[in-house]
Design a protein around this ligand. Structure first.
Ligand code: NAD
Length: 310
């Protein structure tokens, strides 16, 4: 018995569940509110989740779980320590979204630099010149060539983002727990976190959400940055202390920010970033082009097939 707790995000109707259906009796729920998780898993052996949390309470109430498929790269919604002690494999899907997420990372950066949406909306409303004044004086447009991009977490998405940034003429500073010799070049250098913070014009977050990375963009680290830095986050919301980021945007210490993820999703009405200056927020859509969802579905099916074959 296979339960997909939040299939809608992966497959709003444009993909087929047939691959999964070939492997068992499948029940797909569009979305699962936390209070329904236990009831919906029931005695199922196989559980797929994207955003639905599988924690101690769920593990205790659903002892038949044998395999958890995470329909995402980041697997922080599952308490993997408990899964480990129970011998339950948790299979995330690390590769499917590298192209899509790196592409939107640069798209968000370009939007902060050029305010394309803002200008287009003004022109469509009949405002040609005021909006030009606004872009000269309030938020000057920014050219990226020659600027430095600091990437925190230099794995698949960080590296793919670096390649596009280098093509735009940017230099890259990378901070990661592991250094890959072959990636180093005239325009790409590994550095420590403090050196990255002090020398980057743009800082993009691509590390997973761990205790060691939670709140890595905070008041202290923002103080170590140059003035006028742009922050991009397409990784996980809690990497940023949102009150500290909002304060730095409002004071003008930072030029702008673009975020695809926030600490609590959907975003809460009192999130200070909703009213912060020059802050773009998208609703965790980086992974969502059909091409990458289709890859994700194929890999999820393959992961389960391999588990069942053992
Ligand atoms: P990855 O595992 O290839 O890369 C992560 C990198 O972070 C690794 O190189 C790792 O060594 C490094 N790292 C780990 N701990 C670190 C630390 N304390 N300091 C610095 N670096 C550290 O993962 P990826 O495929 O590049 O994905 C990165 C993140 O992107 C995922 O964790 C996920 O949260 C996020 N993501 C978001 C979306 C979206 O839709 N917004 C989609 C896919 C992935």
């Amino acid at each position: 018995k296979i339960v997909v707790l939040d299939g809608y995000t992966l497959n709003p109707g444009d993909l087929s569940w047939d691959g999964l259906k070939a492997l068992g009796d499948v029940v797909v729920y569009d979305r699962t509110p936390a209070e329904k998780t236990i009831e919906r898993i029931g005695d199922a052996q196989i559980v797929f989740t994207n955003k639905t949390v599988i924690d101690q309470e769920v593990f205790s109430a659903c002892p038949n779980i044998k395999f958890i498929g995470v329909l995402a790269t980041g697997y922080n919604v599952v308490d993997v320590e408990i899964a480990k002690t129970k011998g339950i494999p948790v299979a995330n899907i690390p590769t499917y979204g590298t192209t899509a997420v790196s592409q939107i990372t640069i798209a968000l950066l370009l939007e902060v630099c050029h305010h394309i949406g803002e200008h287009s909306r003004s022109v469509l409303k009949g405002d040609w010149t005021n909006c030009q004044d606004w872009c000269y004086w309030n938020y000057p447009l920014i050219e990226l060539a020659g600027k430095t991009l600091g990437i925190i977490g230099f794995g698949r998405i960080g590296q793919a983002t670096a390649k596009i940034a280098q093509a735009l003429g940017m230099k890259v500073l990378a901070f990661d727990s592991y250094e890959i010799e072959e990636l180093k070049s005239d325009t790409l250098q590994y550095v420590g976190l403090d050196e990255l913070l002090a020398n980057s014009d743009v800082i993009s977050l691509h590390c997973p959400l761990f205790d060691s990375t939670k709140g890595i963009v905070n008041k202290n680290n923002i103080a170590k940055m140059k003035d006028g830095v742009i922050i991009i986050n397409t990784s996980r919301g809690p990497l940023i202390v949102e009150e500290d980021l909002a304060e730095a945007l409002n004071s003008g210490k930072l030029y702008g920010a673009a975020l695809d993820v926030v600490s609590s999703e959907p975003i809460k009405a009192d999130n200070p970033l909703l009213t912060a200056k020059n802050c773009i927020i998208t609703p965790h859509i980086a992974w969502a082009p059909k091409e990458s969802r289709s890859r994700l579905m194929d890999i999820a099916v393959d992961n389960l097939a391999k588990f069942l074959a053992n």
